[in-house]
Write a protein that binds this ligand. Structure first.
Ligand SMILES: C[S@@+](CC[C@H](N)C(=O)[O-])C[C@H]1O[C@@H](n2cnc3c(N)ncnc32)[C@H](O)[C@@H]1O
Length: 352
């Protein structure tokens, strides 16, 4: 296929995901308004000008995604990577789960777990129905639905946003060109269902990959999904990001995607300190998370709607938290910031 045709196919593929997400959200909202009319939310209207700006930001994101593939940061095939089987298996379950979600919202239940879910031993800030998910992060159903939910939330741009860590990751690993690719160790903290590890594996087929998360169900899912792709299986360990079970200076790079907005402020600092501890001197720590207020004052409505619609108890504070200061406090330096669509990136270096 010619480059132009492939690019057009990629843009159409993304457009299709966007329309599908819009249709899903519209239908789900209409159904909720019929079944649970009291839940009708006062969403802040998004001005047309802002909607146009958002469309432009998506286009810019997709253009960078395409360019990075062209420049060999990752294979072009990654642009079309989509869990179709998972989609057909779990999309109907997403609909079946909705009435339970609406019931919990109606009853203002935000820490609601089925009796068979073991919530012992987890930090209290974690035992929450984040995004109103049934059983929070602690059930297999939640793990099976998560990728789909995120995909719909971001209108199909979740992976293009996650992929923006790959160029800086590869760049930072160039500092270790005296060791073989297999000797390079990369850790993804709060790896969830392993989506980011999957992308890293594609961009860096030889490196040794590690993933940690607090949720056994999400790690089981990550293990299943990562077993399906070529290359060595990443080593997955259940661990609190506040206490990583690794030696000091062990990893050439550490990444973390969409974690920090789900942590209370003091825990954010503890996790950053911990990531600093396990990163090798000369290595990098790369965070991808939501944009913050200072990045886009005109996006205030979007951020307010997000924290108003979803149960995200730490998000409001996150949007004003000075993560650069936190990273510097831990010891990182030379911190580069990037913003792509709704995500912000902190590329922090541990001094040699
Ligand atoms: C929004 S999800 C992001 C998952 C994944 N990184 C992604 O890109 O989709 C947040 C993840 O952080 C995990 N998590 C939250 N707090 C944690 C902690 N203190 N230690 C380890 N994992 C944690 C959750 O279990 C969940 O998998």
């Amino acid at each position: 296929m010619s480059d132009t045709l492939t690019k057009l196919t990629y843009q159409t593929f993304q457009q299709g995901k966007n329309y599908f997400s819009l249709a899903h959200k519209t239908l789900a909202t209409q159904l909720r308004d019929v079944l649970y009319p009291t839940l009708q939310r006062k969403i802040k209207p998004i001005p047309t000008q802002l909607l146009l700006q958002l469309r432009e930001k998506v286009n810019q994101l997709l253009e960078i995604d395409w360019q990075d593939a062209q420049q060999g940061v990752y294979p072009e095939t990654l642009l079309f990577d989509n869990p179709w089987e998972e989609f057909f298996l779990y999309y109907p379950l997403m609909w079946l789960d909705l009435p339970q979600i609406w019931e919990r919202i109606k009853q203002k239940k935000y820490q609601d777990f089925a009796p068979e879910i073991d919530t012992e031993g987890y930090p209290s800030y974690y035992v929450q129905n984040f995004h109103h998910q049934s059983n929070g992060y602690l059930s297999d159903l939640s793990a099976n639905l998560y990728d789909l939910q995120v995909e719909i939330l971001f209108g199909g741009t979740a992976d293009p946003m996650r992929r923006r860590i790959l160029a800086p990751l590869k760049q930072s690993l160039a500092a270790f060109n005296s060791v073989t690719a297999k000797q390079i160790r990369v850790l993804d903290v709060a790896c969830g269902t392993g989506r980011t590890l999957r992308l890293i594996r594609s961009a860096l087929p030889q490196v040794s990959l590690f993933g940690t998360d607090l949720s056994p169900a999400y790690l089981r899912k990550a293990n299943q999904l990562l077993s399906e792709i070529p290359g060595e299986l990443p080593q997955l360990v259940q661990a609190n990001a506040e206490e990583l079970p690794y030696l000091d200076n062990y990893f050439h790079a550490v990444t973390s995607v969409f974690l920090f907005h789900e942590l209370p402020a003091s825990v954010r600092q503890t996790v950053i300190d911990e990531c600093y501890r396990v990163t090798k001197p000369g290595g990098a720590f790369i965070i991808c998370d939501s944009i913050q207020r200072s990045d886009a004052p005109d996006m205030a409505e979007v951020m307010d709607n997000f924290s108003g619609t979803f149960h995200e108890p730490y998000y409001q504070h996150y949007t004003t938290d000075n993560l650069v200061e936190r990273l510097e406090k831990a010891g990182f330096e030379n911190i580069e910031i990037q913003v792509h669509f709704l995500s912000k990136y902190f590329i922090a270096h541990k001094p040699n």
